[in-house]
Design a protein around this ligand. Structure first.
Ligand SMILES: Cc1ncc(COP(=O)(O)O)c(CNc2cccc(C(=O)O)c2)c1O
Length: 459
Protein backbone atom coordinates (compact mmCIF):
# COMPACT_ATOMS: atom_id res chain seq x y z
CA UNK A 1 0.00 0.00 0.00
CA UNK A 2 1.06 3.58 -0.60
CA UNK A 3 2.54 5.53 2.32
CA UNK A 4 -0.23 7.57 3.92
CA UNK A 5 1.04 11.12 3.56
CA UNK A 6 -0.63 14.52 3.50
CA UNK A 7 -1.04 16.29 0.17
CA UNK A 8 1.60 18.76 1.28
CA UNK A 9 4.06 15.97 2.05
CA UNK A 10 3.45 14.32 -1.33
CA UNK A 11 3.83 17.65 -3.11
CA UNK A 12 7.07 18.47 -1.29
CA UNK A 13 8.63 15.08 -2.06
CA UNK A 14 7.39 15.29 -5.66
CA UNK A 15 8.98 18.72 -6.06
CA UNK A 16 12.21 17.47 -4.50
CA UNK A 17 12.67 14.41 -6.73
CA UNK A 18 10.28 14.08 -9.69
CA UNK A 19 10.86 15.66 -13.12
CA UNK A 20 7.49 15.74 -14.95
CA UNK A 21 7.03 15.40 -18.75
CA UNK A 22 6.14 18.45 -20.83
CA UNK A 23 6.31 20.60 -17.67
CA UNK A 24 7.81 23.90 -16.53
CA UNK A 25 9.28 22.43 -13.34
CA UNK A 26 9.73 25.71 -11.45
CA UNK A 27 6.21 26.83 -12.26
CA UNK A 28 4.72 23.48 -11.21
CA UNK A 29 6.67 23.41 -7.97
CA UNK A 30 5.41 26.85 -7.01
CA UNK A 31 1.81 25.60 -7.07
CA UNK A 32 2.33 21.90 -6.36
CA UNK A 33 1.07 18.94 -8.34
CA UNK A 34 -2.48 17.58 -8.01
CA UNK A 35 -2.10 14.21 -6.29
CA UNK A 36 -4.37 11.63 -7.95
CA UNK A 37 -4.77 8.71 -5.55
CA UNK A 38 -7.40 6.43 -7.15
CA UNK A 39 -9.88 6.11 -9.99
CA UNK A 40 -13.10 4.28 -10.82
CA UNK A 41 -15.05 4.15 -14.10
CA UNK A 42 -14.70 7.62 -15.59
CA UNK A 43 -13.80 9.33 -12.31
CA UNK A 44 -10.50 10.25 -10.65
CA UNK A 45 -10.10 11.02 -6.94
CA UNK A 46 -7.38 13.28 -5.59
CA UNK A 47 -5.66 13.42 -2.20
CA UNK A 48 -8.05 16.18 -1.11
CA UNK A 49 -11.07 13.94 -1.70
CA UNK A 50 -12.20 15.69 -4.88
CA UNK A 51 -14.11 13.56 -7.41
CA UNK A 52 -13.03 14.52 -10.92
CA UNK A 53 -14.74 13.57 -14.19
CA UNK A 54 -11.96 12.51 -16.54
CA UNK A 55 -13.06 13.73 -19.96
CA UNK A 56 -9.65 12.73 -21.35
CA UNK A 57 -9.33 9.07 -20.29
CA UNK A 58 -5.95 9.90 -18.77
CA UNK A 59 -4.02 10.75 -21.90
CA UNK A 60 -6.56 9.45 -24.46
CA UNK A 61 -5.71 5.94 -23.28
CA UNK A 62 -8.00 4.48 -20.57
CA UNK A 63 -10.52 3.15 -23.08
CA UNK A 64 -11.86 0.43 -20.78
CA UNK A 65 -12.30 2.76 -17.83
CA UNK A 66 -10.62 2.87 -14.42
CA UNK A 67 -10.92 0.35 -11.59
CA UNK A 68 -11.26 -2.93 -13.50
CA UNK A 69 -10.77 -5.94 -11.20
CA UNK A 70 -9.95 -8.42 -13.98
CA UNK A 71 -6.85 -6.72 -15.38
CA UNK A 72 -4.93 -6.57 -12.05
CA UNK A 73 -5.79 -10.25 -11.49
CA UNK A 74 -4.44 -11.15 -14.93
CA UNK A 75 -1.27 -9.17 -14.20
CA UNK A 76 -0.84 -10.94 -10.85
CA UNK A 77 -1.25 -14.41 -12.32
CA UNK A 78 1.09 -13.68 -15.22
CA UNK A 79 3.68 -12.17 -12.88
CA UNK A 80 3.56 -15.29 -10.71
CA UNK A 81 3.73 -17.59 -13.73
CA UNK A 82 6.33 -15.76 -15.85
CA UNK A 83 7.11 -12.18 -14.84
CA UNK A 84 9.54 -11.71 -17.65
CA UNK A 85 11.27 -13.40 -20.50
CA UNK A 86 12.36 -11.84 -23.77
CA UNK A 87 11.27 -12.63 -27.31
CA UNK A 88 14.80 -12.34 -28.78
CA UNK A 89 16.89 -15.38 -29.66
CA UNK A 90 14.14 -17.63 -30.98
CA UNK A 91 12.00 -17.61 -27.83
CA UNK A 92 8.38 -16.68 -27.22
CA UNK A 93 5.83 -17.19 -24.45
CA UNK A 94 2.08 -17.95 -24.31
CA UNK A 95 1.00 -14.40 -23.32
CA UNK A 96 2.46 -12.73 -26.40
CA UNK A 97 1.31 -15.52 -28.71
CA UNK A 98 -2.28 -15.23 -27.49
CA UNK A 99 -2.20 -11.43 -27.78
CA UNK A 100 -0.81 -11.60 -31.33
CA UNK A 101 -3.53 -14.02 -32.35
CA UNK A 102 -6.27 -11.87 -30.83
CA UNK A 103 -4.90 -8.72 -32.49
CA UNK A 104 -4.95 -10.47 -35.88
CA UNK A 105 -8.68 -11.05 -35.27
CA UNK A 106 -9.61 -7.45 -34.38
CA UNK A 107 -7.29 -5.81 -36.95
CA UNK A 108 -8.65 -4.75 -40.33
CA UNK A 109 -8.39 -7.45 -42.99
CA UNK A 110 -4.85 -8.06 -44.27
CA UNK A 111 -3.01 -7.29 -41.02
CA UNK A 112 -1.78 -10.54 -39.49
CA UNK A 113 1.60 -9.48 -38.03
CA UNK A 114 2.53 -7.21 -35.11
CA UNK A 115 5.81 -5.96 -33.62
CA UNK A 116 5.76 -4.97 -29.94
CA UNK A 117 7.08 -1.87 -28.22
CA UNK A 118 6.57 -0.08 -24.90
CA UNK A 119 4.91 3.12 -26.09
CA UNK A 120 3.48 5.02 -29.00
CA UNK A 121 6.79 6.78 -29.57
CA UNK A 122 8.63 3.48 -29.74
CA UNK A 123 5.97 2.22 -32.17
CA UNK A 124 6.60 5.24 -34.38
CA UNK A 125 10.39 4.85 -34.23
CA UNK A 126 9.95 1.15 -35.02
CA UNK A 127 7.82 2.09 -38.03
CA UNK A 128 10.47 4.52 -39.29
CA UNK A 129 13.11 1.79 -39.16
CA UNK A 130 10.72 -0.72 -40.78
CA UNK A 131 9.84 1.63 -43.62
CA UNK A 132 13.49 2.32 -44.45
CA UNK A 133 14.37 -1.39 -44.14
CA UNK A 134 11.46 -2.27 -46.43
CA UNK A 135 12.85 -0.16 -49.26
CA UNK A 136 16.40 -1.44 -48.63
CA UNK A 137 15.15 -4.99 -49.13
CA UNK A 138 13.26 -3.90 -52.25
CA UNK A 139 16.53 -2.54 -53.63
CA UNK A 140 15.36 1.09 -53.60
CA UNK A 141 17.88 2.39 -51.06
CA UNK A 142 17.28 6.06 -51.91
CA UNK A 143 13.68 5.87 -50.68
CA UNK A 144 14.38 7.14 -47.16
CA UNK A 145 12.30 10.32 -46.69
CA UNK A 146 9.13 10.26 -44.61
CA UNK A 147 6.44 12.93 -44.96
CA UNK A 148 4.48 14.05 -41.89
CA UNK A 149 2.20 17.01 -41.18
CA UNK A 150 2.69 20.25 -39.35
CA UNK A 151 0.80 20.02 -36.04
CA UNK A 152 0.80 16.25 -36.25
CA UNK A 153 1.91 14.41 -33.11
CA UNK A 154 3.91 11.16 -33.23
CA UNK A 155 5.62 11.05 -29.85
CA UNK A 156 8.67 12.35 -28.10
CA UNK A 157 11.56 10.10 -29.16
CA UNK A 158 14.02 11.59 -31.63
CA UNK A 159 12.17 9.91 -34.53
CA UNK A 160 8.65 10.50 -33.28
CA UNK A 161 9.28 14.13 -32.36
CA UNK A 162 10.93 14.72 -35.75
CA UNK A 163 8.02 13.15 -37.64
CA UNK A 164 5.56 15.16 -35.58
CA UNK A 165 5.01 18.73 -36.68
CA UNK A 166 5.22 20.46 -33.30
CA UNK A 167 7.80 23.18 -33.88
CA UNK A 168 8.14 23.88 -30.13
CA UNK A 169 9.49 20.31 -29.84
CA UNK A 170 11.80 20.65 -32.85
CA UNK A 171 13.40 23.71 -31.24
CA UNK A 172 14.54 21.57 -28.28
CA UNK A 173 17.03 19.07 -29.68
CA UNK A 174 17.81 20.31 -33.17
CA UNK A 175 14.97 18.38 -34.80
CA UNK A 176 13.79 17.11 -37.21
CA UNK A 177 16.46 14.52 -38.03
CA UNK A 178 17.42 14.30 -41.73
CA UNK A 179 14.98 12.56 -44.06
CA UNK A 180 11.80 13.88 -42.50
CA UNK A 181 9.71 16.64 -44.12
CA UNK A 182 6.25 18.08 -43.44
CA UNK A 183 3.18 19.36 -45.29
CA UNK A 184 0.37 21.54 -43.97
CA UNK A 185 -2.38 19.84 -41.98
CA UNK A 186 -5.93 19.33 -43.36
CA UNK A 187 -7.49 21.92 -41.03
CA UNK A 188 -10.39 23.23 -43.10
CA UNK A 189 -11.45 25.92 -40.59
CA UNK A 190 -8.12 27.77 -40.92
CA UNK A 191 -6.93 26.82 -44.41
CA UNK A 192 -10.15 26.07 -46.29
CA UNK A 193 -10.86 29.66 -47.27
CA UNK A 194 -13.90 29.63 -49.61
CA UNK A 195 -13.59 25.93 -50.48
CA UNK A 196 -16.16 23.40 -49.32
CA UNK A 197 -14.64 20.83 -46.92
CA UNK A 198 -14.76 18.25 -49.72
CA UNK A 199 -12.90 20.54 -52.12
CA UNK A 200 -10.39 21.38 -49.40
CA UNK A 201 -9.76 17.69 -48.63
CA UNK A 202 -8.54 17.19 -52.21
CA UNK A 203 -6.47 20.40 -52.08
CA UNK A 204 -4.83 19.33 -48.79
CA UNK A 205 -4.03 15.91 -50.25
CA UNK A 206 -2.44 17.63 -53.24
CA UNK A 207 0.04 19.28 -50.85
CA UNK A 208 1.36 15.74 -50.30
CA UNK A 209 1.69 15.13 -54.05
CA UNK A 210 3.48 18.47 -54.44
CA UNK A 211 5.93 17.48 -51.67
CA UNK A 212 6.53 14.07 -53.27
CA UNK A 213 7.40 15.77 -56.58
CA UNK A 214 9.59 18.32 -54.77
CA UNK A 215 11.59 15.63 -52.92
CA UNK A 216 11.43 13.17 -55.83
CA UNK A 217 9.20 10.08 -55.66
CA UNK A 218 12.29 7.86 -55.91
CA UNK A 219 13.43 9.30 -52.56
CA UNK A 220 10.12 9.21 -50.65
CA UNK A 221 9.59 6.17 -48.43
CA UNK A 222 6.26 6.87 -46.73
CA UNK A 223 3.54 9.31 -45.81
CA UNK A 224 2.53 9.20 -42.13
CA UNK A 225 -0.57 10.65 -40.51
CA UNK A 226 -3.04 10.23 -37.69
CA UNK A 227 -6.53 9.44 -39.09
CA UNK A 228 -7.69 12.28 -36.83
CA UNK A 229 -4.90 14.45 -35.39
CA UNK A 230 -5.30 14.09 -31.62
CA UNK A 231 -2.81 16.22 -29.68
CA UNK A 232 -2.95 18.71 -32.55
CA UNK A 233 -6.50 19.50 -31.48
CA UNK A 234 -8.76 16.78 -32.95
CA UNK A 235 -8.37 17.93 -36.53
CA UNK A 236 -10.93 15.85 -38.40
CA UNK A 237 -10.01 15.77 -42.10
CA UNK A 238 -12.70 16.17 -44.80
CA UNK A 239 -14.08 12.86 -46.11
CA UNK A 240 -12.21 13.29 -49.41
CA UNK A 241 -8.75 13.59 -47.79
CA UNK A 242 -7.65 10.06 -46.92
CA UNK A 243 -8.94 8.24 -50.04
CA UNK A 244 -7.07 10.84 -52.13
CA UNK A 245 -3.91 10.36 -50.03
CA UNK A 246 -4.22 6.61 -50.63
CA UNK A 247 -4.51 7.18 -54.40
CA UNK A 248 -1.45 9.45 -54.41
CA UNK A 249 0.68 6.99 -52.39
CA UNK A 250 -0.25 4.17 -54.77
CA UNK A 251 0.50 6.38 -57.80
CA UNK A 252 4.05 7.11 -56.59
CA UNK A 253 4.74 3.72 -54.89
CA UNK A 254 4.99 5.19 -51.40
CA UNK A 255 4.07 3.35 -48.19
CA UNK A 256 1.03 4.72 -46.37
CA UNK A 257 1.23 4.72 -42.56
CA UNK A 258 -1.58 5.49 -40.11
CA UNK A 259 -0.65 6.48 -36.59
CA UNK A 260 -3.54 4.95 -34.63
CA UNK A 261 -2.10 5.53 -31.16
CA UNK A 262 -5.14 7.65 -30.24
CA UNK A 263 -7.70 6.56 -32.86
CA UNK A 264 -7.11 2.85 -32.30
CA UNK A 265 -9.07 0.33 -30.22
CA UNK A 266 -12.53 1.82 -30.47
CA UNK A 267 -11.97 5.54 -29.90
CA UNK A 268 -13.87 6.49 -33.10
CA UNK A 269 -16.53 3.76 -32.83
CA UNK A 270 -14.59 1.63 -35.31
CA UNK A 271 -11.74 -0.54 -34.07
CA UNK A 272 -9.35 1.72 -35.98
CA UNK A 273 -9.61 5.24 -37.38
CA UNK A 274 -8.61 4.10 -40.89
CA UNK A 275 -12.00 2.32 -41.04
CA UNK A 276 -13.87 5.60 -40.44
CA UNK A 277 -12.19 7.28 -43.40
CA UNK A 278 -12.08 4.29 -45.75
CA UNK A 279 -8.37 3.90 -46.37
CA UNK A 280 -6.03 0.96 -45.95
CA UNK A 281 -2.49 1.78 -44.78
CA UNK A 282 0.47 -0.57 -45.21
CA UNK A 283 1.52 -0.12 -41.58
CA UNK A 284 -0.21 1.31 -38.53
CA UNK A 285 1.13 2.17 -35.09
CA UNK A 286 -0.73 1.70 -31.81
CA UNK A 287 -0.35 1.99 -28.01
CA UNK A 288 -2.72 3.66 -25.47
CA UNK A 289 -6.04 1.78 -25.93
CA UNK A 290 -4.16 -1.47 -26.58
CA UNK A 291 -3.88 -1.91 -22.80
CA UNK A 292 -6.10 1.03 -21.73
CA UNK A 293 -3.03 2.33 -19.94
CA UNK A 294 -3.01 -0.48 -17.38
CA UNK A 295 0.39 -1.53 -18.69
CA UNK A 296 2.85 0.26 -20.99
CA UNK A 297 2.74 -1.49 -24.38
CA UNK A 298 2.61 -0.54 -28.06
CA UNK A 299 2.26 -2.55 -31.25
CA UNK A 300 3.08 -1.95 -34.91
CA UNK A 301 0.75 -3.73 -37.36
CA UNK A 302 2.14 -4.52 -40.81
CA UNK A 303 0.22 -5.83 -43.84
CA UNK A 304 1.20 -8.96 -45.71
CA UNK A 305 3.23 -7.02 -48.31
CA UNK A 306 5.41 -5.40 -45.63
CA UNK A 307 5.66 -8.55 -43.46
CA UNK A 308 6.79 -10.66 -46.42
CA UNK A 309 9.36 -8.10 -47.55
CA UNK A 310 10.84 -7.59 -44.08
CA UNK A 311 11.10 -11.38 -43.69
CA UNK A 312 12.85 -11.66 -47.05
CA UNK A 313 15.55 -9.38 -45.67
CA UNK A 314 16.70 -11.82 -43.00
CA UNK A 315 17.53 -10.35 -39.56
CA UNK A 316 15.61 -7.15 -38.84
CA UNK A 317 18.07 -5.60 -36.40
CA UNK A 318 15.67 -3.81 -34.10
CA UNK A 319 13.85 -4.47 -30.84
CA UNK A 320 13.51 -3.69 -27.15
CA UNK A 321 14.17 -5.62 -23.94
CA UNK A 322 10.48 -5.47 -23.13
CA UNK A 323 9.12 -6.10 -26.66
CA UNK A 324 6.14 -8.37 -25.98
CA UNK A 325 6.60 -8.21 -22.19
CA UNK A 326 4.58 -11.10 -20.67
CA UNK A 327 2.65 -9.03 -18.10
CA UNK A 328 1.94 -6.20 -20.55
CA UNK A 329 0.88 -8.72 -23.20
CA UNK A 330 -1.42 -10.59 -20.82
CA UNK A 331 -3.09 -7.39 -19.65
CA UNK A 332 -3.43 -6.08 -23.22
CA UNK A 333 -5.03 -9.39 -24.23
CA UNK A 334 -7.58 -9.16 -21.40
CA UNK A 335 -8.24 -5.52 -22.25
CA UNK A 336 -8.80 -6.05 -25.99
CA UNK A 337 -10.88 -9.17 -25.33
CA UNK A 338 -13.12 -7.15 -22.97
CA UNK A 339 -13.41 -4.26 -25.43
CA UNK A 340 -14.68 -6.82 -27.96
CA UNK A 341 -16.64 -9.34 -25.87
CA UNK A 342 -18.34 -6.80 -23.61
CA UNK A 343 -19.49 -4.92 -26.71
CA UNK A 344 -17.72 -1.73 -25.63
CA UNK A 345 -16.51 -0.80 -29.12
CA UNK A 346 -19.90 -1.68 -30.62
CA UNK A 347 -21.65 0.54 -28.05
CA UNK A 348 -19.42 3.48 -28.98
CA UNK A 349 -20.33 2.93 -32.65
CA UNK A 350 -24.07 2.41 -32.22
CA UNK A 351 -25.09 4.10 -28.96
CA UNK A 352 -22.87 6.31 -26.80
CA UNK A 353 -20.80 7.67 -29.69
CA UNK A 354 -23.75 8.99 -31.74
CA UNK A 355 -25.31 10.28 -28.52
CA UNK A 356 -22.15 12.16 -27.53
CA UNK A 357 -21.78 13.64 -31.01
CA UNK A 358 -25.40 14.84 -31.04
CA UNK A 359 -25.29 16.33 -27.52
CA UNK A 360 -21.79 17.79 -27.96
CA UNK A 361 -23.01 19.74 -31.03
CA UNK A 362 -26.26 20.81 -29.32
CA UNK A 363 -24.48 22.09 -26.21
CA UNK A 364 -21.45 23.90 -27.67
CA UNK A 365 -22.88 25.32 -30.90
CA UNK A 366 -24.96 27.70 -28.77
CA UNK A 367 -21.92 29.70 -27.60
CA UNK A 368 -20.86 32.92 -29.33
CA UNK A 369 -17.13 32.17 -29.29
CA UNK A 370 -17.27 28.48 -30.17
CA UNK A 371 -17.13 27.18 -33.72
CA UNK A 372 -16.17 24.12 -35.77
CA UNK A 373 -17.85 21.79 -33.27
CA UNK A 374 -16.74 18.33 -34.43
CA UNK A 375 -15.99 14.74 -33.61
CA UNK A 376 -16.76 11.08 -34.21
CA UNK A 377 -17.34 8.22 -31.78
CA UNK A 378 -15.93 9.43 -28.45
CA UNK A 379 -13.32 11.90 -29.69
CA UNK A 380 -14.65 15.43 -30.04
CA UNK A 381 -13.61 19.08 -29.98
CA UNK A 382 -14.52 22.65 -30.73
CA UNK A 383 -12.46 25.75 -31.44
CA UNK A 384 -12.59 28.96 -29.43
CA UNK A 385 -12.90 31.79 -31.94
CA UNK A 386 -13.05 35.57 -31.78
CA UNK A 387 -15.59 35.93 -34.60
CA UNK A 388 -17.65 33.04 -35.98
CA UNK A 389 -18.93 34.95 -38.99
CA UNK A 390 -15.41 35.61 -40.29
CA UNK A 391 -13.80 32.47 -38.82
CA UNK A 392 -11.41 34.82 -36.99
CA UNK A 393 -9.27 33.05 -34.39
CA UNK A 394 -7.98 34.69 -31.20
CA UNK A 395 -4.43 36.11 -31.32
CA UNK A 396 -1.68 34.17 -29.44
CA UNK A 397 -3.29 30.81 -30.26
CA UNK A 398 -3.43 28.84 -27.02
CA UNK A 399 -3.80 31.59 -24.41
CA UNK A 400 -7.58 31.50 -24.54
CA UNK A 401 -7.59 27.69 -24.59
CA UNK A 402 -5.64 27.55 -21.34
CA UNK A 403 -8.03 30.05 -19.74
CA UNK A 404 -11.00 27.91 -20.73
CA UNK A 405 -9.39 24.65 -19.64
CA UNK A 406 -8.62 26.10 -16.20
CA UNK A 407 -12.31 26.84 -15.68
CA UNK A 408 -13.12 23.19 -16.45
CA UNK A 409 -10.37 22.05 -14.02
CA UNK A 410 -11.77 24.31 -11.27
CA UNK A 411 -15.10 22.54 -11.74
CA UNK A 412 -13.52 19.07 -11.47
CA UNK A 413 -13.91 18.32 -15.18
CA UNK A 414 -10.83 17.35 -17.19
CA UNK A 415 -10.89 18.49 -20.82
CA UNK A 416 -7.77 19.28 -22.83
CA UNK A 417 -6.79 22.55 -24.47
CA UNK A 418 -4.71 21.96 -27.62
CA UNK A 419 -4.02 25.57 -28.60
CA UNK A 420 -7.47 27.14 -28.71
CA UNK A 421 -9.09 23.80 -29.48
CA UNK A 422 -10.97 22.27 -26.55
CA UNK A 423 -10.91 18.51 -26.88
CA UNK A 424 -12.37 15.51 -25.09
CA UNK A 425 -11.86 11.75 -25.27
CA UNK A 426 -13.47 10.09 -22.22
CA UNK A 427 -13.21 6.39 -21.34
CA UNK A 428 -15.28 4.35 -23.85
CA UNK A 429 -17.39 2.99 -20.99
CA UNK A 430 -18.99 6.39 -20.34
CA UNK A 431 -22.78 6.06 -20.09
CA UNK A 432 -25.37 8.37 -21.63
CA UNK A 433 -26.22 9.65 -18.15
CA UNK A 434 -22.53 10.42 -17.53
CA UNK A 435 -22.35 12.18 -20.91
CA UNK A 436 -25.27 14.36 -19.80
CA UNK A 437 -23.51 15.10 -16.47
CA UNK A 438 -20.25 15.96 -18.25
CA UNK A 439 -21.95 18.29 -20.74
CA UNK A 440 -24.09 19.96 -18.07
CA UNK A 441 -20.94 20.86 -16.13
CA UNK A 442 -19.13 21.90 -19.33
CA UNK A 443 -22.00 24.18 -20.38
CA UNK A 444 -21.87 25.97 -17.01
CA UNK A 445 -18.10 26.38 -17.46
CA UNK A 446 -18.61 27.88 -20.92
CA UNK A 447 -21.06 30.46 -19.57
CA UNK A 448 -18.39 31.45 -17.03
CA UNK A 449 -15.73 31.44 -19.78
CA UNK A 450 -17.65 33.81 -22.07
CA UNK A 451 -18.41 36.05 -19.09
CA UNK A 452 -14.69 36.27 -18.33
CA UNK A 453 -13.91 36.99 -22.00
CA UNK A 454 -16.10 40.05 -21.82
CA UNK A 455 -14.90 41.13 -18.35
CA UNK A 456 -11.28 40.98 -19.56
CA UNK A 457 -12.08 42.96 -22.69
CA UNK A 458 -10.93 40.11 -24.93
CA UNK A 459 -14.05 40.36 -27.10
C1 LIG B 1 -0.76 9.83 -32.50
C2 LIG B 1 0.29 9.57 -31.45
N1 LIG B 1 1.43 8.90 -31.78
C3 LIG B 1 2.39 8.66 -30.86
C4 LIG B 1 2.24 9.09 -29.56
C5 LIG B 1 3.34 8.80 -28.55
O1 LIG B 1 2.89 7.86 -27.62
P1 LIG B 1 3.67 7.75 -26.20
O2 LIG B 1 3.36 9.01 -25.42
O3 LIG B 1 3.09 6.50 -25.58
O4 LIG B 1 5.13 7.61 -26.51
C6 LIG B 1 1.07 9.77 -29.17
C7 LIG B 1 0.92 10.19 -27.74
N2 LIG B 1 -0.04 11.20 -27.50
C8 LIG B 1 0.04 11.97 -26.38
C9 LIG B 1 0.92 11.66 -25.36
C10 LIG B 1 0.98 12.49 -24.25
C11 LIG B 1 0.17 13.63 -24.15
C12 LIG B 1 -0.72 13.92 -25.19
C13 LIG B 1 -1.58 15.15 -25.09
O5 LIG B 1 -2.49 15.31 -25.93
O6 LIG B 1 -1.33 15.93 -24.17
C14 LIG B 1 -0.80 13.08 -26.29
C15 LIG B 1 0.09 10.03 -30.13
O7 LIG B 1 -1.05 10.72 -29.82
Amino acid sequence: MQNQRTTTEWRELDAAHHLHPFTDTNSLNQQGARVITKAEGIYLYDSEGNKILDGMAGLWCVNIGYGRKDLPEVAKQQMEQLAYYNTFFKTTHPAVVELSHLLSEVAPEGFKHVFYTNSGSESVDTMIRMVRRYWDVKGKKDKKTLIGRWNGYHGSTIGGASLGGMTYMHEQGDLPIPGIVHVEQPWWYKHGKDMTPEEFGLAAAKWVEDKILEVGADKVAAFVGEPIQGAGGVIVPPSTYWPEIQRICQKYDILLVADEVICGFGRTGEWFGQQVFGFKPDIFTTAKGLSSGYQPIGAVFVNDKVATTLAAGGDFNHGFTYSGHPVAAAVAHANVKALRDEGIVDRVKNDTGPYMQKRWREVFSQFEHVDDVRGVGLIQAFTLVKNKATRELFPDFGEIGTMCRDIFFKNNLIMRACGDHIVSAPPLVISKEEIDQMLETAAKCMVEFEKQLKERGLV
